[in-house]
Ligand binder design. Structure first.
Ligand SMILES: [Mn+2]
Length: 318
């Protein structure tokens, strides 16, 4: 039987897979992509009698392709924490390990399934998904020292950051390459200390962030702040990580990060951390907007609606 591993290209997806394949080593074809590329099942065409294992990819988004693969006698194991919506599908060839609790992530589900055998990789995945409480809790269980915990946190943040971009070409390293490199290491702290790829990631992150010194920003005090990023590779890479960072630095104010793209702006809105509501409503009032109460976005804000957005943003969170 041939194996195919499908995984989200972020830290949580990669560390979930790495734990699993340390326990169940097989040679598998890898299917992955940038963080937002979640229709991975679509990329696997007409296969029969194979074994698919899926990590950190929304089941709901892939439902359309699931039945077709099951009908062709493929066995599918699905491990994930994203919202599923509809009642879960049932099929003799389908095994689901889904936990939709807000404080969990896929690498934590895998950690539970494997009885904590590779728990330090789950620490990396949890911090990668910005689940700080879970990261702390797992690090404690794993017996990490303070400095090791910080090392794993940085690794999670960096691998997560590496998955942001509009396409694989934007990324420093393709997610499959990150996984193939990680596979050489049983201990995440060895990966941090000796991997050239990790050093490259660290350098790339520092370079990208140094560009922010010249970024244009409008400060509306307690009403929020808007940052304007150009349509460049570095900006496409850091926009998600930067939004999280600004949020934790200024927990009392809302903010919007606008990144230029053709015909308009890609918008990420974060409600204040201390009052995490309303981002979804603001974004949904624009044609391509949506998201969650705390973090939402607009896929394309046309140039001629920029001033309307700024006005709405300034009045929205008061
Ligand atoms: Mn995840």
């Amino acid at each position: 039987m041939r194996h195919i591993d499908l995984f989200n290209g972020d830290a949580d997806g990669i560390t979930a897979l790495h734990q699993w394949r340390q326990e169940y080593p097989v040679t598998a074809a890898l299917v992955t992509g940038i963080k937002r590329d979640i229709l991975l099942l679509e990329n696997v065409s007409a296969i029969k009698n194979q074994e698919l294992t899926v990590f950190d990819i929304s089941l709901k988004s892939n439902l359309k392709f699931l039945d077709a693969h099951l009908d062709l006698h493929n066995r599918i194991t699905w491990i994930d924490h994203h919202h599923t919506g509809t009642p879960l599908p049932e099929h003799p060839f389908l095994t689901l390990h889904i936990d939709q609790a807000p404080g969990t992530c896929t690498s934590n589900i895998v950690n539970r399934l494997l009885n904590g055998k590779y728990i330090k990789w789950a620490v990396v995945g949890a911090f990668g998904d910005s689940l700080h409480n879970l990261g702390e809790e797992l690090a404690k269980k794993a017996g990490c020292s303070e400095s090791e915990k910080q090392e794993l946190e940085e690794l999670g943040m960096l691998v997560n950051y590496n998955a942001y971009g509009e396409s694989i070409e934007d990324l420093h390293f393709s997610p499959s390459r990150v996984y193939l490199e990680m596979r050489n290491f049983a201990e995440p702290s060895d990966f941090c200390r000796t991997s050239e790829l990790f050093k490259g990631l660290k350098r790339g992150f520092k370079d990208d962030f140094s560009n922010l010194e010249n970024v244009q920003m409008e400060d509306f005090q307690s009403r929020g702040a808007i940052y304007y990023l150009p349509d460049e590779k570095w900006a496409r890479r850091i926009v998600g990580t930067y939004a999280n960072q600004v949020s934790s630095q200024h927990p009392n104010r809302p903010h919007a990060i606008l990144r230029k793209k053709r015909g308009g702006w890609l918008v990420s809105v974060r409600a204040p951390e201390t009052y995490p509501f309303g981002a979804d409503l603001l974004c949904a009032s624009f044609e391509t907007g949506g998201g969650r109460a705390k973090a939402a976005g607009i896929n394309i804000l046309p140039d001629d609606q920029l001033s309307k957005f700024i006005h709405k943003f300034r009045c929205h969170f008061v």
